[in-house]
Write a protein that binds this ligand. Sequence first.
Ligand code: BGC
Length: 251
Amino acid sequence: MQDRYLLGVDVGGSGIKGAIVDTLTGELQTERLRIKTPKPATPAAMAEAFAELVKQHGYKGVIGCGFPAIIKSGKALSAANISKKWLGKSVIETFSLACGCPVEVLNDADAAGLAVMKFGLGKDKPGVVLLITIGSGLGSALFIDGKLVPNTEFGHMILHGEAAEVYASNKTRKAEDLSWEAWGGRFNEYLAYVERIINPDLVLLGGGISKHFSKYEAYLDVDLNVHAAELRNHAGTIGAALYAKQQLQNS
Ligand code: BGC
C-alpha cells in the first residue's frame, strides 16, 4: 500500500500548509508545516515556496494540492486572492516542475470538502451539504448525496455590491477589526443569502475561524443546520492528499 501515505498541500491566501496524510484514516503522519504565501503571490514565488515545503518533508511521490482558484484541467481560471498572473496558468505544471514530483490539483475548498465528507461531520450525510471555508476568502464545496459539484465559488455571490468574501471573510474581520458580533452579523447576512439561493440540508464551516464558532454562533439566526467542521484547519491538507489518492486509483 505504498500510496496510502501521501503529501497533501493546502495553498491559501496567507499560508501554504502541508503534511503527509494517512489517506485511509485521515490522520496526519507528520507535523503540519507552514510557509507564508509570498506577496505578491505570483506563480514563480509560489512555486518556490511550494518546492521548499516539499523539500522540508523530504518527500518523493504524488502530491495532492488544494489551490484557491477555479481549477479546470489543472489550470487556474480565477485569481481573487493571488496574483492575476495565475489566470490560465497550469498549476500542475508550475508546481511539478518546481518540486520534481507529480502534482494533482483541485480547488482548496473542494479539497477541504472531500476530507469533511469522508472523515468529518459530512460523513454518510445524504442530500445537499455545503462546506464554507472562511479565511482570506470565502470558499465553498457543494456535495449532493456525497458527490462533489466542483468549483462552486459561492464566496463570489454579490453582497452589498461586491463579492461576499470582501464583506464577510476572516481577512476582512481582521482588517476592519470587527467584533465577533459585527462580523457574525455580516456572516449571517451571507448565510441568509445562501439559504435563499440553495437552501442546503447541512452547512459546515471550515477554515481557522471555525474553532471560534462559539464566539459568533449566537449571531447566526438563519433557518439552516449550521455546524463547525470538526477537522477545522487540517481539512484542506487531508482532502488534497485524498484527491491525489483518488487520481492514482483512477489512472
Ligand atoms: C477563491 C476560491 C477559494 C476561496 C478560498 C476565493 O477567493 O475564489 O477559489 O476557494 O477564496 O480560498
